[in-house]
Design a protein around this ligand. Structure first.
Ligand SMILES: Nc1ncnc2c1ncn2[C@@H]1O[C@H](COP(=O)(O)OP(=O)(O)OP(=O)(O)O)[C@@H](O)[C@H]1O
Ligand SMILES: [Mg+2]
Length: 304
């Protein structure tokens, strides 16, 4: 598992620019992956390179991906439907495939598929992984999802254990180990290891724990803000939300800085701060980004 870097902040403050810039500099000494998990990608525009879900080489040691979150959602729903069908054979009467298309609009699905994308990335073999995230609201929901999901998974495991233990009691009283479904004898699982629902819950718990470990122990989170009140307020709210889950912001980037004001003073109180000046043209391409990345090293505290 490599070291992770996440930039959070209001829409348009410069998260993609800062992510791309830090990645260029990290790659000077380490194998680095930068991945856009923002469904509205523009990482490729910043590097001036067409990107896809497969790593594209940007420079020596630097690879970039734009994760296809629509595809992840589709795969996730198809996998879920096929698992449900396997676990609950009596649901055969329902045509679950019909629901896949509408389920993709369910609340939480976008967050879950971005988290799936993040989980796939952290197991890749890179020293540094920079994650270009969507604006604050969605990112905070994605980052807190492993924590809330773990609470639910533990609860569901307790309930499932209760069901298994009751099944065991019934089996010992009646001696019946099977039920007939559609004219076929189906064994009713009573042990944890043979119960597909429990196996699935354990797999999910393992996956969520891995992401939680990455986020809490291996990842640095930075706030990007512009010297204007709305990006400050949104940033402060995001920091509070993350704090509730034990995640803290390691530094602040005041991007498009022109001069200090009340907002910059308040941002500086949050933590270690770096100021990136407002440039006359939009930052793009490896050489221009490298200059911004040099400034970011001050807050990133990476092993150069
Ligand atoms: N220091 C800077 N000076 C001048 N322009 C900048 C600077 N940083 C970023 N920009 C420009 O600001 C715009 C938004 O930047 P960027 O896309 O990096 O923000 P973002 O936070 O990732 O946005 P989104 O929330 O939409 O993903 C872009 O046009 C970018 O080129
Ligand atoms: Mg962006």
């Amino acid at each position: 598992m490599g070291r992770g870097y996440i930039f959070i902040g209001k829409g348009g403050v410069g998260k993609t620019t800062c992510s791309a810039a830090l990645a260029v500099n990290l790659a000077e000494n380490h194998r680095t992956l930068i991945a856009s998990l923002d469904p509205a990608h523009n990482l490729g525009d910043v590097y001036g390179v067409r990107l896809s879900e497969k790593p594209t080489k940007i420079s020596e040691n630097l690879f970039a991906i734009e994760v296809n979150t629509d595809l992840l959602t589709k795969k996730y729903l198809e996998r879920t439907v096929s698992r449900i069908r396997g676990m609950y054979s009596y649901l055969k009467v329902l045509n679950l495939d019909r629901y896949v298309d509408s389920l993709k609009y369910s609340p939480g699905i976008e967050e879950y598929s971005i988290l799936e994308g993040l989980t796939d990335l952290i197991s890749l073999d890179y020293d540094h992984i920079v994650l270009d995230m969507p604006p604050t609201g969605l990112t905070v929901r994605v980052l807190t999802l492993p924590y809330t999901a773990l609470i639910w998974i533990e609860k569901l495991m307790e309930l499932r254990n209760e069901i298994l233990s009751r099944r065991k009691t019934i089996e010992s009283v009646t001696g019946r180990k099977c039920v007939i479904i559609d004219g076929q004898e189906v064994k009713i699982p009573v042990e944890e290891k043979e119960d597909p629902v429990m196996v699935e819950l354990k797999e999910k718990r393992e996956k969520m724990e891995l992401v939680r470990k990455f986020l809490s122990e291996k990842c640095s989170i930075f706030l990007v803000a512009n010297p204007e009140p709305l990006s400050l307020f949104e940033g402060e709210r995001a920091i509070d939300a993350l704090k509730n889950f034990g995640m803290k912001v390691s530094g602040v980037i005041i991007n498009k800085h022109i001069q200090d004001n009340e907002v910059t003073a308040r941002l500086e109180k949050i933590g270690k701060t770096v100021k990136v000046p407002l440039l006359s043209s939009h930052p793009h391409g490896v050489d221009m980004l490298r200059e911004i990345g040099k400034l970011l090293f001050d807050v990133a505290e990476v092993d150069k």
